[in-house]
Design a protein around this ligand. Structure first.
Ligand code: ATP
Ligand code: MG
Length: 353
């Protein structure tokens, strides 16, 4: 069987460091292994509209921003197909058929949908499209017969739901669709990076992000303003490392060589943590180190992004080519789906048979 990747992001804002450690970094790694026959990266504008219906301009504006973030992180248009969801109309038709294979109560039980409804204050009135987005995500994944979906932990229930749809479809209509597997980041701190406000998830919609395109001064300001252990008031107090955003970020970003370069007093992160826990290490010193680490990590991304910003017509061309290729692939799958469902009435006089 072919090895295929499908993954993507909603163009609701520029991408942030949570996207980077949670999914983008892994995509670039997988792209460079050469083990995959095809890689599709989708800019999910139609999905973004499910909770931004009255703000289409925001979604439109962010398509190029997300594409720039991709290219800045090292996704290579010669190795991956970057495309725009709404330019592949076959996805909506697939969703339409899949909707019949899922119950309302099953969607209501999806924990990610549940928490996102709460986060957006949709409890009183949920847009139908938003409620159904796990189904449209299943269409996105199966249209490309994706075997692998690199994503953050919040996507786990989506992949589970997708597998259920595949299973149901194949058992009713015959073996047609492929069950995908999620690939989560190996580092636990990257599964769900908290926001700089200490909230459970860094998210464009919550405004608690450090963006990949952020200027150095802004990164520093944000790192210095980060939440830490609220009980660590004086330097000599013992501090807590678990659940402390500054240490979660260090777990996610810091590499052994950063110590020799930026903080030679310590050999590794364990030594820093031990000192913080025993007391005597101030938050500002830890934040200063984190700032150096983040600056080192983000500098090459920002530079590459600026280069691509000078070549926007080329970026549009990449999206156009990627979308045309994605459409061709999705059309082939849709053809198989229709055949399996016997919606092929006018072929070979089938309706008369
Ligand atoms: P929105 O607020 O509009 O939903 P978002 O910031 O949640 O935006 P998405 O486009 O929904 O971003 O997510 C894209 C991908 O990035 C998904 O694979 C998701 O799991 C991953 N991701 C998003 N935020 C984080 C985070 N804080 N930590 C780890 N992974 C993340
Ligand atoms: Mg999201």
């Amino acid at each position: 069987m072919k090895k295929v990747i499908l993954t993507g992001d909603r163009p609701t804002g520029r991408l942030h460091v949570g996207h980077y450690v949670g999914s983008l970094k892994e995509r670039v790694r997988l792209q460079n292994t050469g083990e995959y026959d095809e890689i599709f990266i989708m800019i999910a504008d139609a999905q973004a509209l499910t909770d931004n219906a009255d703000n289409p301009e925001k979604v439109r504006q962010n398509i190029l921003q997300v594409a720039l973030d991709y290219l800045a992180c090292g996704l290579d248009p010669n190795k991956v197909h970057i495309f725009i969801q709404s330019m592949v109309p076959q996805l909506t038709e697939l969703s339409f058929y899949y909707q019949n294979l899922v119950t309302v109560s099953r969607l209501q039980r999806n924990p990610t949908v549940k928490s996102e409804i709460q986060m957006r204050n949709f409890e009183a009135s949920i847009p139908v499209g938003f409620f159904c987005y796990p189904i449209s995500q299943a269409a996105d994944i199966t249209a490309f017969k994706a075997t692998t979906v690199p994503a953050g932990e919040d996507q786990k229930p989506m992949i589970e739901q997708c597998c259920e749809i595949v299973h149901k479809f194949n058992s009713v209509y015959g073996e047609t669709l492929v069950e995908p597997q999620i690939v989560l980041p190996q580092n636990a701190a990257c599964l769900r990076l908290p926001g700089i406000d200490g909230k459970a998830k860094m998210s464009k919609s919550l405004g608690n992000c450090i963006y990949l395109s952020e200027e150095p001064e802004e990164i520093e300001k944000k790192v210095k303003s980060m939440f830490t252990d609220p009980n660590h008031l004086r330097v000599q107090d013992p501090g807590k490392v678990e659940g402390n955003p500054v240490f979660i970020y260090l777990d996610a970003f810091c590499r052994p060589e950063h110590f020799a370069e930026f903080w030679p007093e310590y050999q590794n992160l364990d030594e820093v943590k031990a000192h913080y826990q025993r007391g005597g290490l101030g938050d500002m010193k830890v934040k200063k180190f984190l700032n150096s680490v983040m600056q080192a990590e983000l500098e090459p991304i920002r530079t590459r992004r600026k280069e691509w910003e000078q070549r926007l017509p080329e970026v549009v061309e990449i999206l156009k080519e990627g979308s045309a290729y994605a459409e061709k692939t999705a059309a082939a799958t849709l053809d198989e789906v229709r055949k399996a469902m016997r919606i092929d009435y006018f072929e070979n006089g089938n309706l008369l048979k």
